[in-house]
Design a protein around this ligand. Structure first.
Ligand SMILES: *[C@@H]1O[C@H](CO)[C@@H](O)[C@H](O)[C@H]1NC(C)=O
Ligand SMILES: *[C@@H]1O[C@H](CO)[C@@H](O)[C@H](O)[C@H]1NC(C)=O
Ligand SMILES: *[C@@H]1O[C@H](CO)[C@@H](O)[C@H](O)[C@H]1NC(C)=O
Length: 483
């Protein structure tokens, strides 16, 4: 009990949390006056600041973390105890606080509209507070419609239990004066339903009407709830965050307040612990274009020591070309697509493709083919084509059966490459006489790769041919040579 009273005493100072205690009634009128005095202190000694919410948006709130504010609040509180008045030597901000107390009134009328549109229990989890370990704690969230300015909230609550076919409901219990829109509530009893109410108080009096939450029930087993599926990922790109995604997760009053989010790609995993706030998604930043990721989300206990089994979602990040346009140098090059092979009567194969970028974004093409099955010469042949090419005529071997690997590599203006491959099988058609010697091509498979290479460019080319394409003119010379 002593512990609970200590907790209660905190209510009168700078609260960030309150405990639901049904047997203690605080006078609403008194707390209203406290709230108004504190609002006057924050108007004088606080300042608007910004914080980043889970979904990446910014919230403007009124910060009251200065020493002056603390003194002013002391002034509000000390002056209430009239017997102490003579004994207290008030100066500076404390004296100002005492003056504010005199100016505040338990009966100040409505002076403006409320910036608060709703109040809700955001989450719940078994309490981590010593002495309250058979209860739950949660977060109450107040949604704003505009920056709040220097205001305070008088929080009231009531509870009900269902038994013998009817609800047994308490009266409203005044609990606390709060300055933030996220308020911790502790001591919630398993299986009981709670409703919360907020009165908004500014420096001059009440703002708007009070608002109430829905009834929210506290879980009956003291377990951390496994997050309910599904996770949904929405891709995006902004100038602030670059490639990013929003992870929408199930956030209900029955879910935990703490989560562990893990973002994984093929090689790296980044884990971070979060506490829910009033927003409905978690921003995932520092992503790369066109990449595959897995997100795991596990609920955590209040002390973050217990994690539930996670739920997962797999996604591919935003496509670079969707932001910068097809073939842009801001994006890794893509391989050519739609490779077609047409056999002509004069023993040639006409290979055509759809370029992945406009010619001005292409440095050159390298066409490489090599027989890997059959009796043909197995040496690779590489030919360089200019940036406008989308067709290549290949001479087929006569009277031989073999299978070729045919690769089209495109280099972008800064030397990065991507390639696509196809296989061409040349089989002697038995139906025709050997003199006509018609070849039938079979496109067995098209494999596409996109490889990002800067410095390795030369190495890659030297593997295919004997000379590095140091200059485009040299490439062109080779092409002419071949033709
Ligand atoms: C009150 O405090 C000020 C400075 O803190 C001091 O100069 C003054 O003597 C004090 N007065 C009383 C009555 O204690
Ligand atoms: C995974 O992400 C890290 C950091 O962004 C990056 O360096 C790495 O290349 C990525 N790995 C894969 C396979 O995409
Ligand atoms: C093969 O025939 C096609 C038309 O069918 C022609 O365009 C091409 O130039 C010929 N190629 C050779 C090497 O004769």
């Amino acid at each position: 009990m002593n512990m609970r009273f200590l907790l209660l005493l905190q209510l009168f100072s700078h609260t960030v949390a309150f405990v639901v205690l049904p047997y203690i009634q605080i006078d609403f009128a008194h707390l209203f006056r406290v709230a108004q005095c504190k609002a006057k202190c924050s108007e004088k000694y606080g300042s608007p600041k910004h914080r980043t919410m889970l979904d990446g948006t910014t919230d403007e709130y009124f910060a009251i973390d200065s020493e002056e504010y603390e003194k002013c609040e002391m002034g509000c509180l000390q002056f209430q105890h009239r017997r102490d008045m003579k004994r207290v030597n008030l100066t500076g901000a404390t004296l100002q606080g005492a003056k504010f107390w005199v100016e505040s009134s338990a009966h100040a009328g409505k002076v403006g509209s409320s910036p608060i549109s709703s109040i809700e229990l955001l989450c719940q989890m078994p309490s981590a507070t010593p002495d309250l370990d058979d209860s739950y704690e949660g977060l109450i969230g107040l949604s704003k419609t505009r920056p709040s300015g220097p205001i305070q909230y008088v929080i009231q609550w009531k509870q009900r239990t269902y038994s013998m076919g009817k609800y047994d409901e308490s009266n409203w219990i005044t609990a606390s004066v709060e300055s933030d829109t996220m308020i911790k509530v502790d001591g919630l009893i398993p299986g009981v339903q709670y409703k919360f109410m907020s009165t908004v108080v500014g420096p001059a009096g009440k703002l708007g009407d009070t608002i109430q939450s829905e009834w929210a029930e506290i879980g009956s087993t003291l377990d951390v709830k496994i997050p309910g599926a599904p996770l949904v990922v929405k891709n995006g790109f902004t100038s602030d965050h670059g490639v990013m995604a929003h992870l929408h997760f199930p956030r209900t009053a029955y879910d935990s307040c703490n989560f562990r989010v893990q973002l994984k790609n093929g090689t790296t995993a980044i884990t971070r612990d979060i506490r829910v706030d009033l927003t409905h998604s978690i921003i995932l930043t520092n992503l790369e274009f066109d990449s595959s990721y897995i997100v795991n989300l596990a609920a955590l206990s209040a002390d973050k020591k217990i994690a539930t089994s996670p739920i997962s979602v797999r996604f591919n990040s935003f496509q670079c070309k969707a932001v910068y346009g097809k073939g842009s140098l801001n994006c890794a090059p893509e391989p050519v697509s739609n490779i077609r092979v047409a056999i002509q009567p004069n023993s040639t194969a006409l290979i055509s493709w759809t370029p992945s970028a406009d010619p001005e974004n292409i440095l050159t093409y390298a066409v490489t083919y090599q027989a890997y099955i059959g009796t043909c010469n197995k040496n690779p042949t590489t030919v360089y084509l200019d940036a406008t090419s989308d067709i290549y005529e290949m001479l087929l071997p006569v009277d031989q059966q073999c299978e070729f690997m045919f690769r089209i590599t495109n280099y972008d203006a800064i030397g990065r490459e991507a390639f696509a491959e196809t296989r061409i099988a040349v089989v002697q058609d038995k139906i025709f006489s050997s003199s006509t010697s018609l070849k039938t091509p079979v496109i067995a498979l098209i494999i596409s790769f996109s490889i990002l290479i800067f410095a390795i460019l030369c190495v890659a080319i030297c593997r295919c041919c004997t000379k590095c394409p140091v200059k485009i003119s040299e490439n062109k010379a080779k092409l002419t040579e071949y033709a």
